[in-house]
Ligand binder design. Sequence first.
Ligand code: DGL
Length: 269
Amino acid sequence: MRVLVFDSGVGGLSVAREIAAALPGACLHYLADTAVFPYGALEPDVLVARVVDLIGGAVATSAPAAVVIACNTASTLVLGPLRARFPMPIVGTVPAVKPAAETSRSRMVSVLATPGTVKRDYTRDLIATHGGDCRFTLVGSARLAELVEDVHGSRSVPDEAFAAEIAPCFVEADGRRTDTVVLACTHYPLVLDRLRRLAPWPVTWIDPAPAIARRTAVVTAEAAQGWAAGDSTGPNRFFATGRLPETAFLARFGFPAAESFAAAATVPA
Ligand code: DGL
């Protein structure tokens, strides 16, 4: 059974590795829109049109049983349009506000995401609905996803650059301080060790990838019974619309090599 994982760059690999663990027999196809990365500053209508077109092309190539949009920035906008268009289950990635509100003891929670994700109604509605009595600090980092792409493209990035991006997450007020940070961009778990080391004080970092993987396992099991998903397998494949990640890096996530993906002519780059 095949699952298509999509992100603007390599961040979705933090989700793909959890899907591989939850569904050991699954074949993963991954599409990274590296030609347009980062998505954080993209206008909503441009983002939606592009992702819908790209997923259309990738579904035709890969015939997946399910599609996982392993990108918070895209998920805040495209899940509805994708579900209206494609028959297979579409799993999204949205900020883990609910688990954060359920576990924070200080009731001070920060959501670390791209500028796009923090400004969307989707995120604000999640906080209004599931945030309980927590005080939320929304931190839209313009650079962190790019820094993650840099370090995984073998460019060195000084600690100070990472520390500056996460600093606004750490808030002290009224004798309380932030104890939980929601990683609301799939790139960030790829540098979690570094974020932990650079944090001004220890916090709980919430990575939603295991929950997304569990959800993927549920919907693919349902799809196998209902929707004619086929039984496509084969080796994992990694496609990118632009820059191709290094082979050694992809191998750590179970992808043998990167291949170019030709976006449809209608998709503006
Ligand atoms: N990995 C993406 C996310 O989860 C975003 C990175 C970007 O394109 O800015 O939001």
